[in-house]
Design a binder for this molecule. Structure first.
Ligand code: OGA
Ligand code: NI
Length: 352
């Protein structure tokens, strides 16, 4: 990152990482072999669906093993990510993100108006990706976004594309399990992703930080996605807000497993049965850390609202509909530029 004024990174006291952290009990670990092995039994799938349902309800976060994504692919992408970020700032800036496209490199992201101690490379899962031109709800214009590809490492684009395919497969499997756990048809949520997606993969690089007690790698936030699949390296940093204790729980590094979290869109579809849970990443003064989230998003013009099957007279819809792409764009704009207002949050769409 560029030498910058330390003050930009300083978190409000209540957001600083030194507050008590619950270590004892971690997020649930779920074995996906019933849906990744060749001949699963119905009873093992039923049990898996129940596990997923309670993890989504109680934590909004879980870890998956036997997920079917080749470990070599993940290692290769982490390696490529390290190679990319180890270049000079000047090299990295050749593929800088700009306001016309969310894809590319940048080191200036804000979360809730405070700078994150990180560098990022964003890559769209689909090319082109159809996206609104502005976040204004009355503006119907749509644009086509494409990716920026670094020259180095040379195989970057191939690896990232191969990895995205694996992420998508896993995301569809998880969506089926989540749908079933909500009592829906297994393919109920698939339709939202078939007309297009705004899914995005992000390479996160958290350099060592000289003042880790007052800054954060990524400030507390909820993901705007339907769900997120996170690969993290062997350095810890991710913390999840425990839903009932409201304390930060450190997630142990998971070099072979993936961390899954429910995003804002599932929260709305499920009419709050499953909530998008706040999380953040802390940094440390010695080690660098790499993580790779894949954010699974439906087509930009998807009208997100509670599903009919999950609402009735007794439990009416808790949200007014919103367009997935408009919400994402509005958040992206606010993460790019410091604003005077709090940035957009899913509770803005909540009906009183
Ligand atoms: C994110 C995120 C956590 C991490 O990028 O949205 O929550 O551990 N990252 O890097
Ligand atoms: Ni996140």
């Amino acid at each position: 990152m560029e030498e910058e004024d330390q003050a930009l990174f300083i978190q409000e006291p209540q957001h600083r990482p030194s507050v008590s952290t619950m270590e004892a009990q971690g997020i649930p670990v779920i074995d996906l072999s019933p849906v990744t092995s060749s001949n699963p039994s119905i009873s093992s799938i039923d049990a898996l669906v129940k596990e997923i349902g309670s993890a989504c309800k109680e934590w909004g976060f879980f870890q998956v093993t036997n997920h079917g994504v080749p470990l070599s692919l993940r290692r290769n992408l982490l390696e490529a990510s390290k190679n990319f970020f180890s270049q000079s700032l000047q090299e990295k800036k050749k593929v800088s993100r700009d306001e016309s496209s969310p894809s590319g490199y940048y080191d200036t992201e804000l979360t809730r108006n405070v700078r994150d101690w990180k560098e990022v490379f964003d890559f769209l899962a689909k090319e082109p990706t159809f996206f609104p031109v502005t976040a204004d709800e009355l503006d119907d214009r749509v644009t086509q976004l494409s990716n920026k590809s670094p020259q180095h490492p040379s195989h970057f684009r191939d690896i990232i594309q191969e990895y995205i395919e694996e992420m998508e497969k896993l995301a569809f499997k998880l969506m089926e399990l989540i749908a079933m756990s909500l009592g829906l048809q297994p393919k109920r949520l698939e339709e939202f992703f078939m007309r297009g997606q705004t899914s995005l993969i992000r390479l996160n690089y958290y350099p060592p930080c000289p003042f880790p007690h007052i800054a954060l790698g990524v400030g507390p936030h909820k993901d705007e996605s339907a769900l997120t699949i996170l690969a993290q390296d062997e350095v810890e940093g991710l913390e999840v807000k425990h839903k009932t204790h409201q304390e930060w729980v450190r997630v142990k590094p998971t070099p072979n497993d993936y961390i899954i979290n429910v995003g804002d869109i599932i929260q709305v579809w499920s009419n709050d049965a499953y909530e998008s849970v706040e999380h953040r990443a802390i940094v440390n003064s010695e080690k660098e850390r790499f993580s790779i989230p894949y954010f699974f998003f439906p087509a930009h013009d998807t009208e997100v609202k509670p599903l009919e099957e999950l609402t009735n007279e007794k439990s009416p819809s808790k949200y007014r509909p919103y367009k997935s792409g408009k919400f994402l764009l509005s958040r992206m704009n606010s993460n790019f530029k410091k604003q005077t207002d709090e940035n957009i949050q899913i509770h803005y769409y909540k009906l009183a």
